[in-house]
Write a protein that binds this ligand. Structure first.
Ligand SMILES: [Mg+2]
Length: 306
């Protein structure tokens, strides 16, 4: 979902298993994978031989991440902490007309009305029931699977998001939701936001979906009319262009803006998916799942130290 993962393939784990079968040639990986495919609906491919001694064959790439996000006190705490920080920053930003959070903000902006830009998935909307469905049934993200989830319009709000957004709304801050969701997902997205009672004063116009010039393009357009007081997201792309890069480059980009984190930029955790993960398979979302996993294991070797 990336957010939201920008590919639209439909192969489930079973397809990945078929491919692995056809590659059978004595590789330990294949032998292990066949075992996984035979026994688990998700069909997670195991690591390369020797990469993780003792790793159970029956697992899914997102198991720990989804458990953490859905059930840990630590997730609850860090997200609430983030929205508290966001509220404190918002107060400071409102009192300081020279404050802008958007790199795309140019020209004189002190007199412009304030606006807040948030990502949607895993920032405002909690899609973990869909991620749970991926682990149990669907094997991996597909556009069709995500659309079905969107149509249900039953994502909860992340902890503290509703309170923060209502506070911002009471302060007269315009709220823009910027997402890589597809245009076809607009009405179900709006239904979900309305169901949660989130600020939608400008209606559909404040929900900015997938654009050719990405989230940075949306920020530039908002910044032409508003002073952007805060950015909130769960992915580097929610703050700065250039997120689709190698892991080291992404970390350097985050470091280059060190003084903005926790002040003008509030990052929420998402260990389940995102550019941070897709970079290991060069953002080639069409790759079979087992190939992605192999590349991620190679990434583990390449990025063992900071
Ligand atoms: Mg997101």
């Amino acid at each position: 979902m990336g957010d939201i993962r920008q590919h639209s393939r439909a192969p489930l784990a079973r397809r990945g298993c078929g491919r692995l079968s056809s590659l059978a040639g004595g590789l330990a990986l294949v032998a292990l994978s066949l075992g996984a495919c035979a026994e688990t609906p998700g069909g997670a491919a195991p690591p390369e031989s020797g990469a993780a001694s003792g790793t159970p064959a029956e697992t899914h790439e997102m198991l720990n991440a989804v458990l953490w996000q859905t059930s840990s006190a630590e997730y609850e705490a860090v997200v609430r902490q983030s929205f508290r920080m966001a509220r404190m920053s918002l107060d400071r930003a409102m009192a300081d007309p020279s404050w802008s959070a958007a790199l795309e903000q140019t020209g004189a902006f002190a007199g412009l009305p304030p606006a807040l830009i948030l990502d949607l998935d895993e920032t405002v909307l909690d899609n973990t029931p869909y991620e749970d469905r991926i682990i149990r049934v669907e094997g991996e993200f597909t556009r069709e699977g995500f659309r079905k989830w969107c149509e249900e319009a039953k994502a909860a709000a992340t902890p503290g998001a509703q309170e923060f957004l209502r506070y911002a709304d009471r302060q007269g801050v315009a709220v823009f939701y910027v997402s890589a969701r597809a245009e076809a997902e607009r009405s179900c997205t709006l239904r979900n936001l309305k169901r949660l009672g989130l600020p939608l004063r400008q209606g559909s116009d404040q929900v900015l979906l997938r654009a050719k010039d990405g989230k940075s393009g949306h920020r530039r357009r908002v910044a032409a009319r508003y002073r952007v007081v805060l950015l909130v997201g769960d992915s580097l792309e929610d703050f700065v262009a250039g997120s689709k890069a190698a892991p080291d480059q992404r970390r350097l980009l985050a470091r280059a803006h060190a003084d903005r984190w926790g002040r003008q930029w509030i990052m929420l955790p998402n260990p389940m998916y995102g550019h941070w993960e897709a970079t290991f398979y060069d953002f080639d979302y069409s790759l079979p799942r087992a190939d992605k996993l192999k590349k991620k294991y190679r990434g583990l070797k390449a990025t063992g130290t900071r």
